[in-house]
Design a protein around this ligand. Structure first.
Ligand code: URA
Length: 436
């Protein structure tokens, strides 16, 4: 069969067989299928979708496109989590150390920024020296020695996702249920996780805009994972406004460090505690959701999560002086405030527009392989979150940019992304739904 026939079959709404999917994925990983054909295929999948069985076949083909880790010589149970992508979502930087700090090993394969949503690997690379491209032996050694590793896809592990992910990012093919499900689950399967908690985001700053879509994605991934013998749970989390206050690579690392010290914004800390609590529950390290949350919260005040983060940064080659004093992390030369246009309550802040603005500031990619600027981003004032009350002229947020011109353009967009109203507004719930 030719690659063009496979593209045409999908374009016309056909269901691809296992052989066709394996042929396409194998050819793409081997460099025999060029990016233009892969992009056409992705667009066909985007418009035509896939059946659950087809998505399962795609996930397996991607997971087995490289080596798969068996980590049972390292620990009896390896725990992992994955977010479906959001704005200000630096959760992994806190949750990994929280859970590993409690003695439950976390071996995590993360991603880079995707469309308007930030990526854990890009965030981590704002710490000078920190290496996320680990060889399998290094991955295992670190997991054995300190119980926490966060790495990216390599030529060895889930290479199909590495290539397709970067292509989707720049071809408008990210928000597709089968492409997201197969991307996330292939990484999790390849990296050898036994138990996985999915943090599926819903709202303006997520790829799923309604609860129904997010639940469909979560249920599909839970089914794929269980079908492959994994323990699975999923949370559907709100992403209508950014999570926490910081959006942008180094800004988010600083906020994660604050949170690891027991401070940080309440919504972000609570979300980390919720996800970590589910991870402890699914790993059998807590007897109830409440007990899992209490244990997780404890590590943020007793210093154990912070100590684990520091150990992790050092183990992956990062300079710990930069996390000990986050003011040393990359800083943007221009910082400009956005003033509230009137007094009132913040009724909405479009997280998607915040994410797109940060990409345009240089914090994300326009083209495959573009470098990201670690220093730029947006920092919300606590009153700038939904439910906050502001006086006219009070600062809602600060833009961190390279030049004044770029900062002014960002401020104009962000002003339009805000809604300030007269009536009090309740802060939105963090978690909409849990699948256990
Ligand atoms: N995270 C991933 O790893 N892949 C996606 O497609 C979306 C979020």
């Amino acid at each position: 069969m030719s690659i063009c026939d496979i593209i045409i079959k999908k374009r016309d709404g056909g269901e691809l067989s296992q052989g066709e999917i394996e042929h396409f994925i194998g050819g793409y990983v081997a460099g025999e299928v060029p990016d233009y054909q892969a992009a056409a295929w992705l667009m066909a999948v985007y418009f035509r979708g896939m059946t659950p069985a087809e998505t399962m076949r795609l996930t397996e083909a991607m997971a087995f496109s490289g080596e798969t880790l068996d980590l049972h010589d390292v620990a009896p149970l390896i725990l992992d989590k994955h977010s479906s992508g959001g704005v200000g979502d630096k959760t992994t930087l806190v949750i990994g150390p929280v859970v590993a700090g409690l003695g439950v090993p976390v071996g995590k394969m993360s991603g880079r920024g995707l469309s308007f949503s930030g990526g854990t690997l890009d965030k981590l690379e704002s710490i000078p020296g920190l290496n996320v491209m680990l060889k399998i032996e290094q991955f295992k050694k670190q997991l054995r020695e300190i119980g926490l590793v966060i790495a990216g896809q390599t030529q060895e592990l889930a290479p199909a996702d590495g290539k397709l992910y970067a292509l989707r990012d720049v071809t408008g093919t990210v928000p597709s249920l089968p492409l997201i499900a197969s991307s996330i689950m292939s990484k999790k399967i390849a990296a050898g996780a036994d138990a996985i908690v999915l943090d599926v985001k819903v709202g303006e700053g997520a790829f799923m805009h309604t609860d129904a879509e997010a639940i469909e994605l979560a249920e599909l991934m839970v089914k794929i994972g269980r079908g492959l013998g994994r323990r699975m749970a999923a949370l559907i989390g709100d992403m209508n406004q950014p999570l926490g206050l910081a959006v942008g690579n180094a800004l988010e690392v600083s906020e994660a460090i604050e949170t690891l010290h027991g401070r940080g914004p309440d919504d972000f800390r609570q979300h980390c505690v919720d996800v970590a609590g589910e991870m402890l529950l699914i790993a059998g390290a807590a007897e109830s959701p409440a007990a899992g949350r209490a244990k997780a919260a404890g590590t943020l005040v007793d210093g154990s999560a912070w100590a684990k983060f520091r150990q992790f940064v050092g183990a992956q080659g990062g300079d710990v002086a930069f996390v000990d004093d986050p003011r040393k992390l990359p800083q943007a030369p221009v910082v400009r405030p956005l003033a509230a246009p009137r007094a009132g309550y913040v009724a909405g802040l479009d997280a998607g527009e915040v994410g797109r603005t940060v990409v345009d500031l240089g914090g994300g990619r326009e083209k495959k392989g573009d470098p990201v600027d670690p220093a730029v981003g947006v920092m919300l004032a606590p009153e700038g979150k939904v439910g906050g009350h502001v006086a006219a002229g009070q600062t809602l947020l600060w833009v961190h940019a390279r030049t004044d011109g770029v900062a002014q353009a960002a401020l104009a967009r962000l002003a339009a992304a805000y809604r300030v109203e007269d009536e009090p507004v309740a802060a939105p719930p963090l978690i909409h739904h849990i699948i256990r």
